[in-house]
Design a protein around this ligand. Structure first.
Ligand code: ADP
Ligand code: MG
Length: 269
């Protein structure tokens, strides 16, 4: 296993590779108190995400991916440990972290433009923009300018996810947190969303932390992949994907890295 990974894994198994990361997940454990007793969701999770980096978290269902996502987002508190963003502990959601969920969570009674504008209502548009200009810019980024006045029910699943991305980008957060955002779109749409997301990432220079159980998706998109074990989630490995973009999903190296990640889950069973 070690030899197999040596060409593409990072130096630090615990994922701490940056001196001043944008996000540091520092020894995070999470135990939920449920009616049927405590549920250990995360155990001593460490990894970090550098400024402008695209990092994916992959792991089987129930491995705590959404839990770590919610702790980074500030929607949930860690039982032990902390998440630091630019060195400061996260205690609540903030405009520095945009969120995109699998379920688009759009307001059905608002138009596409109205949904994107929602993100701006509390904090206002970024400097140099009016709300309208910012909405237009974000809709252009996701290719939905012509759908500005449509309602969510008039859109395809892929288009709704694009609106979700535009809404998250509206306040211009340095960080984009995404939890299986393409989990319920068809394969072909997913492929184009992947290309679009990478274009947006390059254009806007965001830091992206992307949760998925789709290994191919992670290899296609990411600079690094944090591999979670089955529950309770721990970091099994952090794999660097040093392949130029756009990536060839059928290429030898791509296939090899995919197999490297998959091997962890086969070992687990
Ligand atoms: P993933 O996103 O990788 O599928 P989750 O983070 O959703 O995993 O869940 C990890 C574990 O924590 C699972 O066993 C799940 O049932 C449990 N869990 C998640 N949320 C709660 C909650 N609010 N209360 C109790 N248990 C929870
Ligand atoms: Mg999940």
């Amino acid at each position: 296993m070690t030899a197999q990974h040596s060409h593409n894994r990072s130096d630090a198994d615990d994922g701490r590779t940056h001196e001043h990361p944008q996000i540091r997940v520092d020894d995070v454990s999470k135990i939920y108190q449920s009616e049927s007793g405590p549920v250990e969701a995360l155990a001593d999770v460490n990894f970090d995400v550098g400024h402008g980096e695209f990092v994916s978290i992959v792991g089987p269902s129930g491995s705590g991916k959404s839990t770590v996502f919610r702790i980074i987002a500030g929607l949930e508190a860690a039982t032990e440990g902390a998440v630091l963003v630019d060195g400061d502990p996260v205690t609540e959601p903030g405009p520095d972290r945009g969120m995109v969920f699998q379920d688009d969570a759009l307001f059905p009674w608002r138009t596409v433009a109205g949904n994107v504008a929602y993100g701006l209502e509390e904090v206002g548009p970024p400097e140099g923009f009016t709300t309208e200009e910012r909405v237009d810019y974000c809709l252009e980024l996701v290719g939905l300018t012509d759908k500005a006045d449509a309602y969510p029910r008039e859109l395809s699943g892929g288009q709704r996810q694009r609106v979700g991305i535009a809404r998250a980008l509206a306040v211009d957060p340095p960080i984009l947190l995404m939890d299986e955002p393409f989990g319920s779109v068809d394969a072909r749409t997913k492929t184009s969303l992947h290309r679009e997301l990478l274009d947006i990432w390059m254009e806007t220079e965001k830091t992206i932390c992307f949760v998925t159980h789709d290994i191919e998706e992670a290899v296609y998109l990411s600079d690094r992949i944090v591999v979670f074990s089955t529950a309770p989630g721990t970091v099994l490995d952090v794999i660097s994907v040093d392949l130029p973009r756009p990536r060839d999903r059928t290429g030898d190296e791509f296939t090899e890295i995919k197999a490297d990640v998959l091997a962890y889950f086969e070992d687990e069973e």
